[in-house]
Design a protein around this ligand. Structure first.
Ligand code: MIG
Length: 791
């Protein structure tokens, strides 16, 4: 893909480096190093977290709060010591030691066993022509994950990864710039892992040993180098701290965990009603129907086509009666229509809400509504207005919003005379002043603004999703929000779920979906999915069946397909494929209590829902490149088939006892086995001691009270905490309950302890079935009291 947007000029100009440390001072948790050519600070924020900042001028920019939720002073003070020697300054916390060499001001970190990590290479920190960069050493055996939304496999060693949000249409394994830009990664080797959050919204890039093997580099074209080092040693601890820094997701409504059906487009009321009916008649569970751009009047956001959706309110309420939630798409581009009586455009013009170029004229692009203008979501007043525009949708019952094209894509559909590609002007002022107070610049009609598009390009999607989330929170009473966005930046998890944009109906894209989603999870974004069946192109029945099996594992389970492709609903490929789809969607619904618990875990700790094996086996190098097996939470592991005609595959089972989900057969890991997987079967394994809460199949999440809960338990020794609440109201921080469950096996005896239910929420009357897999079942009426069961 051509990449001329946002790139640094090619230059041979040498880097200037920071020089030797001349003096050291400190002020609470901030340590200042005055060096020959500039100044560096290290802030100690937590025992496993430090922030390194360097500004060419010695002056730092005012605080940017877009991604980082806590300013340096807002962290709870953590004890540390500073020791100066002739050659070094040593900062030590309870978990790490940071050693700054006076010569060339080079930083190295050490764990308590004196193992180095994140240590500066020879270059350390440098700058040239508006770019700053840092270089660090790659230790032998180190592997690299995260980096936000990325194609290809798991480990990004030897790759270059740019952070610049882009409409990555037709992406493949070589594509660099994607819809999401999340400048975060983690490096892992046995016993030691650390994370780097590169706190810049400007164009930035990681080079993981491509230019210089053995050295990774971070570069940004902002004037500052600002990054956080997070010590693990395990991925779970890195993510916990990273999401403390950039925020965690709010608990979504449970219905958002059900199956979503989408297509570009279900273009009329009749088609949508027919679709809904098919799901119910065929008894394929479904909770959500998405409406793509054709529901609008000529692609004008916040309008409805009068011909095709003559009574949208009635449609949505009829769907709701049948258990379907309606999600509508909203794009950022507002149709440019000066004489059209289109109030979204008129209000935006009247209040000067749209982005203007540096010369003060209105900026426009060409997207679905043809000539379009773009709200400046960096301004709080614009966000407020945008949030309230959603009221017209929530008033008629729209339950969630899907944000597309917000990289922003500005020439997805180049119309008219200006057929050639246009770019968003990087010098366009954004985010300026208070509501309506755009001052006149000294030189005529130039608005004074705090940033330009160069700095906030990567934030456009994030800020749009935030505005949308706030609108839904405001206008849906106490109901939880569901937002889906294509573009985003670090911290996007606070406002929205994310899908991987326009994938293709190819086996390669099915395969790639797993490492893509795993790396998103390792970047703090747990609620993610890919279009099941592939967006562009036509799936075969076999591909679709395999994809639905894998899709059952996606935190966001949505089928979608593009205009002018073959239909991709679960029943279009004949009975055999339809039965497979039904079986795996049913399994998804049976597993909802388990999956919902994982969402709660993500909400409280930042843990991913879909996890690569290295997440739970970080000291087993055999997991480091293993991209085609995934864990759904700590207990379930899938080894899907992602090639045509394949009915067998190798599966790696790490240390411990594993059980085949289907047959109950057990294995002692570490071991490689050959799994048999005819089309009806996705190989699925369970770790010993797994406790998996399950429910009966429902056609949609809130169809009927859950009169039964099944705890499937496998012999072993483990603990589990079950979270429960009503699944949709926003007061869940008060009205929930927790139940501790543990399993203990010795010789041929297993004891299952179920603790008393604690908290304010009481489930509807239900029978609990405790199944010790392969041994037997016990049942009782749930009274929330403690009990102990013997098998
Ligand atoms: O120019 O709304 O990624 O999911 O169906 C294409 C139409 C715009 C791109 C999204 C896709 C959506 C499509 N959109």
């Amino acid at each position: 893909m051509p990449q001329y947007f946002g790139k640094l000029p090619t230059t041979n100009q040498p880097w200037t480096t920071i020089g030797n440390v001349k003096s050291v001072t400190w002020d609470n948790n901030i340590i200042n190093f005055d060096c020959d050519n500039s100044r560096l600070t290290i802030s100690v924020l937590a025992p496993n977290l430090i922030r390194v900042r360097f500004a060419l001028t010695g002056q730092f920019m005012p605080r940017r709060s877009w991604a980082v939720t806590l300013d340096d002073a807002e962290w709870v003070t953590t004890p540390f010591t500073v020791q100066e020697t002739e050659a070094t300054v040593e900062i030590e916390t309870a978990q790490i030691r940071v050693c700054v060499q006076r010569e060339k001001c080079r930083i190295a970190c050490f764990d308590k066993n004196n193992r180095p990590f994140a240590q500066d290479a020879e270059m350390g920190i440098g700058w040239r022509m508006g770019a700053t960069a840092g270089w660090k050493e790659i230790v032998a055996d180190e592997h690299f994950y995260g980096f936000g939304e990325r194609t290809g496999f798991l480990d990004k060693l030897s790759e270059v990864k740019t952070n610049w949000t882009t409409d990555a249409l037709d992406y493949d394994a070589l594509t660099d710039e994607m819809y999401q830009a999340i400048p975060f990664f983690m490096a892992l080797r046995p016993e030691l892992g650390y994370g780097i959050f590169f706190n810049t919204t400007f164009w930035s890039q990681f080079d993981i040993g491509a230019e210089q093997p053995g050295i990774w580099k971070m570069e940004t074209r902002g004037g500052e180098l600002d990054y956080y080092i997070i010590y693990g040693p395990e991925p779970a601890q890195i993510l916990e701290t990273y999401t403390q820094l950039t925020g965690r997701m709010p608990l979504p409504p449970k219905w958002a965990l059900g199956y979503h059906q989408c297509r570009w487009s279900y273009q009329s009321e009749t088609v949508v009603r027919e679709l809904a009916q098919q799901f119910r008649q065929r008894r394929i569970p479904c909770d959500v129907i998405h409406l793509d751009i054709d529901y609008m009047q000529g692609y004008r956001v916040f309008t409805w086509s009068k011909q095709r959706f003559s009574n949208s309110a009635k449609l949505i309420s009829d769907l709701a009666k049948d258990g379907f939630k309606t999600v509508t798409i909203i794009d950022p581009g507002v149709k440019y229509e000066p004489e059209g009586n289109y109030d979204v455009f008129d209000q935006g013009i009247e209040n000067d809400y749209f982005v203007r170029k540096a010369d003060g004229t209105l900026f426009h692009g060409y997207v679905w509504p043809e000539k379009a203008v773009f709200p400046d979501f960096l301004r709080p007043d614009v966000c407020n207005w945008w949030a309230d525009l959603h009221k017209s949708l929530t008033d008629i019952g729209v339950a969630g919003i899907w944000n597309d094209m917000n990289e922003p894509a500005i020439n997805d559909r180049p119309f008219g005379d200006e057929g050639e590609k246009i770019w968003f002007p990087l010098d366009a002022p954004q985010g300026g002043g208070e509501a309506g107070s755009r001052e006149q610049g000294a030189e005529g009609n130039v608005p004074v603004s705090s940033s330009t598009h160069t700095e906030v390009h990567n934030l456009y999607g994030l800020m749009m999703a935030k505005a949308c989330y706030e609108g839904l929170e405001r206008h849906r009473g106490s109901e939880r929000s569901f937002v889906l966005t294509r573009s985003g930046y670090a911290g996007v998890q606070r406002w929205s779920s994310v899908w991987m944009g326009d994938n293709q109906s190819l086996w390669e894209h099915l395969e790639m979906s797993l490492p893509m989603l795993c790396n998103m999870g390792l970047s703090g974004v747990a609620f993610v999915g890919c279009d099941i069946g592939g967006f562009a192109g036509n799936a075969t029945g076999e591909l679709f069946a395999r994809w639905m099996q894998v899709g059952m594992l996606y935190p966001l389970m949505r089928g979608h397909s593009a205009m002018s492709t073959a239909r991709h609903e679960p029943w279009v490929f004949g009975d055999r494929v339809e039965n497979i789809c039904r079986e795996y969607i049913n399994l998804r619904y049976q597993l909802l209590p388990y999956i919902y618990n994982l969402f709660w875990e993500a909400v409280t700790t930042g843990a991913p829902i879909l996890r690569p094996l290295l997440y739970h086996f970080p000291n087993d190098p055999k997991t480091y490149s293993l991209y085609d097996q995934v864990l759904l939470g700590a207990s379930l592991m899938a080894a899907p088939i992602y090639r045509p005609g394949v009915e067998h595959r190798a599966v790696y089972l790490p240390a411990g006892t594993w059980y085949d989900w289907w047959s109950g057969e057990s294995y002692e890991g570490p071991i490689h086995i050959l799994a048999h997987a005819p089309l009806e079967r996705m190989p699925l394994y369970v770790r010993s001691g797994a406790i998996v809460p399950m429910q009966p199949v429902r056609q949609y999440v809130d169809q009927a009270p859950l009169d039964e809960m099944k705890l499937r338990i496998w012999p072993g020794n483990k603990e589990y905490q079950l979270f429960e609440d009503d699944g949709h109201t926003n007061d869940q921080d008060k009205h929930f309950s927790l139940t501790n469950i543990s399993v203990f096996t010795e010789a041929n005896q297993t004891i299952v302890e179920i603790g008393a239910r604690v908290g304010e929420w009481t489930p509807s009357p239900r029978e609990v079935i405790v199944e010790l897999v392969g041994v037997g079942e016990q049942r009782f009426q749930d009274d929330g009291k403690q009990r102990s069961l013997q098998f």
